[in-house]
Design a protein around this ligand. Sequence first.
Ligand code: KG4
Ligand code: ZN
Length: 361
Amino acid sequence: MKLLAIETSCDETAISILDVKKISEKHTFKILADNINSQVKIHAEYGGVFPALAKREHQINLPILFEKTIKEAKIKIEGIDLIVVTSGPGLEPALWTGIVFAKEISDKYKIPVLGVNHMEGHIFSIFPKKGKTFKIDQEKNIFPMLSLLVSGGHTELILIKSWKKYKKIGQTRDDAVGEAFDKVARMLGLPYPGGPEIGKLAQEARTHKINPNFTLPRPMMYTKDYEFSFSGLKTAVLYHIRDLKEKNPDILNDIRIKQMIAREFEDACFEVLSYKTMKALKEYKINTLIIGGGVSAAPQLKKVIKENLKNNKLKIKTHFPGKGHTGDNSIMIGIAGYFQYKNKKYSKNSKPIKAEGNLSL
Ligand code: KG4
Ligand code: ZN
């Protein structure tokens, strides 16, 4: 079957067309066309995503991207069997643009349309590999799975007993980890998005053996639950910079100081994320670990998780998204939508899709 997938939850407009074939329990996905238009540069000026601007950009980009995608896929619109679109979580004005656009095509060409959870998409983002095709085998021994989802809006641990059964076992009480990276980057005068910038400085510190001369808290690391908190950590960085500036207002011109702060901050975040992930892996006797979301692009997170798995003697299959699939994209929405359709969560009498900014798994 041919699927049109649309993603507009934040600052990327993404459209793709997938051709999926099922043979016994194996699903083969072929990417016929995949296009993405990032608004990162536009929002960088504001130091974060500006919802009204995101909405306007999506509205401009959607028809252009759709036409391009259809052309590249070399199919007629009538040849599409299913439309899937992100319905939440995300910025509601941005989500609506995708939903309205999907509905218009659905009504005009009489194609069924399904709303997809963006976070479920991030879980499926580990499947696409290099090249245009990938397979998903619904073998049983991969469950139970655990997914650590880390992005600009979310930080959560999801227990997956089957592709239909998700249970959130913990989440952040305040800022998402990516959000904390973006805010700390801003304090250091680095551009948005801050994650890769902090990562680069932190890595320079490690390479040149620049060890932090201060320590940041590891918030909620040893609490019995699976909750996280990154707001206090961000404030601790703020106070540290303020104290340094009191002695020397130009202190941030010293690159070594920035490298030190970046390293200590990144270590604090990833140690906490990894510690709680290990705890959940043991408690729930997990067979597969999936890391997803924008922050999963950080090489240091991969390193810390791998080290901790080894230190804890946990031999668990661990998957990170491939290059180009860590951030928001529509392929992941296509996969999640396809399985939702296959699992019959769709009927002609389903309620109309609406944008749900706080939709939860
Ligand atoms: O999943 P995503 O593209 O969008 C949301 O749904 O939020 O995640 C974006 C977030 C941003 O906060 C960005 O700073 C962070 O992911 N990020 C990183 C890295 N690359 C992106 N954080 C840490 N290290 C990175 N290398
Ligand atoms: Zn996302």
